[in-house]
Design a protein around this ligand. Structure first.
Ligand code: HMG
Ligand code: MG
Length: 305
């Protein structure tokens, strides 16, 4: 019998990764309500937005307002994604509990996403990390394109492990191994995660899977079998990166929680509230959630009224 962890920490990315690629500007009050509903559903770690260039990602231009308007709950960590020192300063000013720094295992993706090479991105993050340490702000890091690149480059497990190790050595408390375009399959996922686990402690590894090819839950199962307990997901399966052609949404939080519940793994999340939240944001976006669970449970627990 495979041993599975008894509990996991789900990091909710719906309000940032989930919404960043939406073309129509979503009102700030809807983003605020989304975050508050997710916290009410039991989310303890949530990405509330990003302080990136508004020219690059216009949807996140109101992150300062979102951070100012959410009612904060104690023992919930509200984090933001920051690409550089300028972003960090805003995160600090707007009381982010933690930040996410991000680079990739693909040179081409990094150039398109943050306009620099992998090596340059690590240099760019050095002063961010220095300031965060001085200010006592924890930081998590993400390695995009860990299971494949949209630009046809081969991504080896060793290359992913090397970038993950560098981010860990810089002091990131968690390295999120991201399948940005959702192409990973279980055995490839196992190889990559094992290579990373050979370099950094298991407790510092997280997984962030987009579900483009429907592989995310299988890949999360592999991560759980390896003893990884940190999972990123997005309510309603929202998501996509504007600089990753073909990428669709993240694995849906309610799909992950349904699987965890069935396996007796505690996430602390309330499935019913998550499904309602999935329909809340989907109704605002004018389309149903892609999540299988949100659709399956719609008539039972879907909407408030
Ligand atoms: P750049 O053009 O090379 O930078 O962009 P720059 O330093 O020359 O600045 C250009 C302009 O941006 C200037 O303004 C700066 O002030 C401004 P201007 O003088 O032209 O008016 N600027 C900023 N404004 C607000 N906040 C800032 C900031 N920094 C500069 N922090 C830069 C470089 C990194 C800024 C840009 O490429 C950028 O913002 N990229 C972010 C892209 C992004 O957000 N992508 C999506 C998130 S990553 C993701 O989704 C993957 C993940 O989910 C994991 C996975 O799935 O793989 C994490
Ligand atoms: Mg992502």
């Amino acid at each position: 019998m495979t041993d599975y962890p008894s509990s996991v920490r789900v990091f909710e990315v719906g309000a940032r990764d989930g919404l960043q690629n939406e073309k129509t500007q979503i009102p700030t009050n809807v983003k605020v309500e989304l975050i508050e509903r997710l916290v009410d559903a039991g989310v303890k770690a949530i990405e509330a937005g990003s302080f990136v260039s508004p020219k690059w990602v216009p949807q996140m231009a109101d992150t300062a307002e979102v951070m100012g308007q959410i009612s904060r709950e104690e023992n919930v960590s509200y984090s933001v994604l920051t690409p550089n020192l300028k972003g960090y300063e805003k995160a600090f000013e707007h009381n982010a509990d933690e930040i996410l720094i991000f680079t990739a295992a693909s040179e081409e993706f990094n150039k398109r996403n943050i306009n620099c090479s992998i090596a340059e991105s690590l240099e760019r993050f050095a002063p961010v990390v220095e300031r965060a340490k001085k200010d006592g702000i924890n930081f998590k890091a993400s390695v995009s394109c860990s299971l494949g690149s949209p630009f046809g480059e081969e991504i080896t497990p060793a290359a992913v492990a090397d970038v993950a190790d560098k981010l860990y050595q810089m002091g990131s408390y968690e390295i999120s191994i991201a399948d940005t375009i959702g192409v990973g399959t279980p055995l490839k996922t196992k190889q990559v995660l094992e290579a990373v686990a050979n370099k950094i402690p298991l407790e510092a590894i997280g997984v962030h899977f987009h579900d483009t090819y429907g592989q995310a839950l299988s890949n999360i199962l592999i991560a759980l079998q390896l003893g990884i307990t940190k999972i990123d997901s997005s309510v309603a399966g929202l998501g996509g990166c504007p600089y990753a052609p073909g990428a669709t949404g993240n694995v849906a939080t309610e799909d992950v929680v349904y699987m965890l519940n069935g396996m007796g793994i505690d996430s602390g999340l309330d499935l019913k509230k998550l499904v309602k939240t999935a329909w809340f944001i989907s109704d605002h976006l004018g389309r149903p959630p892609v999540s299988r669970v949100a659709n399956a449970l719609k008539s039972k627990l879907g909407r408030d009224t």
